[in-house]
Design a protein around this ligand. Sequence first.
Ligand code: GN1
Ligand code: MG
Length: 353
Amino acid sequence: MLEPILSQFLVPGTLVKAERFGSGLINETFLCGFSDSNGVRNYILQHINKSVFKRPDLVMENVAAVTEHLQARLRREGVADPASVTPALVRTRDGRSHLVDGAGEYWRMFHFIETGEVFDIVRDAGHAHEVGRGLGRFQTLVSDLSPGRLHDTLPGFHHTPIYLGELDEAVRKDLHGRRAEARAEVAFVQTRRQLAPLLTDLMESGRIPLRVVHNDPKVNNVLIDRRTGKALCMLDLDTVKPGIVHFDFGDCVRSAANRVGEDARDLDSVAFDRSRYDALREGYLSEASSFLVQQEIDLLPLSVRVITFELGVRFLADHLNGDAYFRAGYAGHNLHRCRVQFRLLERMEQAGL
Ligand code: GN1
Ligand code: MG
C-alpha cells in the first residue's frame, strides 16, 4: 500500500522492498529499496504522527531548514556529499519537502545513510563517548542557526511542570481505572516534585542562553559509522527547536548511562553507569565547549535527574491516559517504562548526581 505514496517522491528505479524500520515511539518508519542499473539504493520513508505533531507542515519547515543548514555547513567544511553523512530530504515530484496524501496524512523521505547504524542500548564507554560527541557536534553545527528561524512545533516540550500538571490531572480523573496499580509511582512523584521547575526556571530567568537544540537525543537517535564506531550525525530532527542545552544533555545521559536501556524488562538490572556518564560528558564537551558558557557547563549534571524524572512522569501520565501518546507494545508497557526511569533516577541519586 505504500507504492502510491512512494511513487510521488523523486527517487530513481523500481521499488524492491518496503519494510518497517527502527524503534521510534512516535512516527512510523519504513526502509525502502529501489533498484536501477547502478544497483539497489535505500531510502527512509516516514509517516508523521499527527496526534503528537499538530502542525506537521511547520515540523517540515523546521526539518527542511535544519537539514539544509547542516548540509551547507558540511559542504563548507569540505564534505563533498553531505547526504551520505547527515539527514537529507528527498523532494516530492512537485518539489515539496513532504507529501500530504488523499487522507490528509503527512509523509517525508530521507536519503538512507548506508554506513550508519543505531543501537537502542549503549554498548560500552567508547560508544557513550561517541553518543555525547555526536550531540555536541550537532549543537555546534546549529549554533549559528538563529532560534527565531524555527517554529515552536511542540510548545512546552521540555517544560517539566506542565507534564507534572498533566499527570496530576490524569491521576485525578483516572479515566481508565489504572490509578490503583500505579500508586507507588504516583507517591514517588510526590516526593520529587521540587525537581520539576529547576530547568524551566533557569530558562525563563534568561540566565542561560536560548539555543537551537535537538530535544530528543536518545541513544538510538545518534547514528554511528559502522566502519569506525564514530558518531556520524543526529537523526530524528522533528523536535529541533529553541531550548537550552540542558534538555539535550539530560536526555542523552538518561538514555545512554542506563546500562540496560529504557525498555529493560528486569527492573533490578537498571543501573546508572558512572563510567559511561563520564565518557559521554567528555565526548560532549570535546565538541560543545567551543560555544558553551561556563554557567551552562556547571549546570549540566543537574539536568540529568530533571529529564529522567520528566520522562518517567510522561510515561506514567500516558499510562493513566490509556497510552494515547507513546506507542505501547503490551498492556502496562508505559507503566513499566515509567518504573525503569524512576529506578534509574534512584540510582542517579545514590550515585550523588
Ligand atoms: C520519543 O520519537 P522517539 O522514539 O525518538 C519522544 C521523546 C522520548 C522518547 C523516549 C516527540 O522519542 O521525547 O524521550 O520517545 N519523542 C516525542 O523513548 O515525544
Ligand atoms: Mg527517534
